[in-house]
Design a protein around this ligand. Structure first.
Ligand SMILES: [Zn+2]
Ligand SMILES: [Zn+2]
Length: 248
């Protein structure tokens, strides 16, 4: 049975862009979640409690927040308010911490948690999509494969031998192509060979990085907004942080 197309839109975008479809899912889900967080969740006690227990965003998501507000909106009011709450909680915890106490490990970054849930769901959608749609299967078969972390997830999710067979075929071909192109790229840049590697060979080292570490943000990003386009100021920029509200 075909999967609801609203659920697979990011997967299809990934397949048509020639990137790992689950990297595209992760990128879009994180982006939408960060906007939502910035706009309203940051006013939500439960999300802020999880963020306080995580002791702030992980490096990637803090960077995403910085780009969203400080670069995109040219403001730091939202990010300052968010971290004011986190630092109040941190300051309380350190005030209570005695030298004989163990410090409990930080909770998971809430943006990572949402992304990982969505990835688990989307690994299932991807398997169903390439199993049921001829055109998606053809695109996937011609692709550079899944990045290894997402291959591992999808492999674990695929239960049928026929599903694993397709995944394995594509992944073997993608990896072997990188081996062949890297070899040629190295050989053709050597002293004894006077000639240029072709385009696929010359970019093979980038594919090697994408396939192992995941596709780069540049490859996953939508086209940049036209110069001069202004974002709407999110609702949150007008919301006062919890700490300031309590002190008022
Ligand atoms: Zn990936
Ligand atoms: Zn994170």
């Amino acid at each position: 049975m075909a999967v609801n197309s609203a659920l697979t839109r990011f997967i299809k975008q990934g397949l048509s862009r020639g990137v790992c479809p689950l990297c595209r899912v992760a990128y879009k889900v994180e982006g939408e979640w960060m906007w939502g967080f910035f706009d309203e969740y940051s006013g939500d006690g439960d999300t802020m409690a999880r963020l306080e227990s995580a002791r702030g965003f992980c490096h990637d998501h803090a960077e995403r927040l910085r780009r969203l507000e400080v670069e995109g909106l040219r403001s730091n009011l939202g990010v300052s308010g968010i971290y004011l709450d986190i630092f109040h909680a941190l300051s309380h915890r350190l005030a209570e911490l005695a030298v004989e106490d163990e410090l409990e490990p930080a909770g998971k970054c809430p943006a990572c948690a949402v992304r990982d849930d969505e990835l688990a769901r989307n690994a299932r959608y991807l398997i169903e999509e390439i199993g049921s749609s001829e055109s998606s299967r053809a695109r996937f078969a011609e692709s550079d494969g899944l990045c290894l972390p997402h291959f591992e997830l999808t492999w674990r999710t695929a239960k049928e031998p026929s599903q694993r067979e397709l995944l394995l075929d594509v992944q073997r071909r993608a990896v072997n192509a990188v081996v062949r192109d890297l070899l040629e790229n190295v050989r053709k840049q050597g002293h004894e060979y006077r000639g240029d590697p072709d385009e696929r060979e010359a970019s093979s080292w980038q594919r090697a990085i994408h396939l192992t570490a995941g596709w780069s943000k540049e490859a996953l990003r939508d086209d940049p907004p036209e110069p001069g386009r202004r974002y709407e100021l999110p609702h949150f920029a007008r919301v006062r942080p919890k700490a300031a509200r309590e002190e008022a």
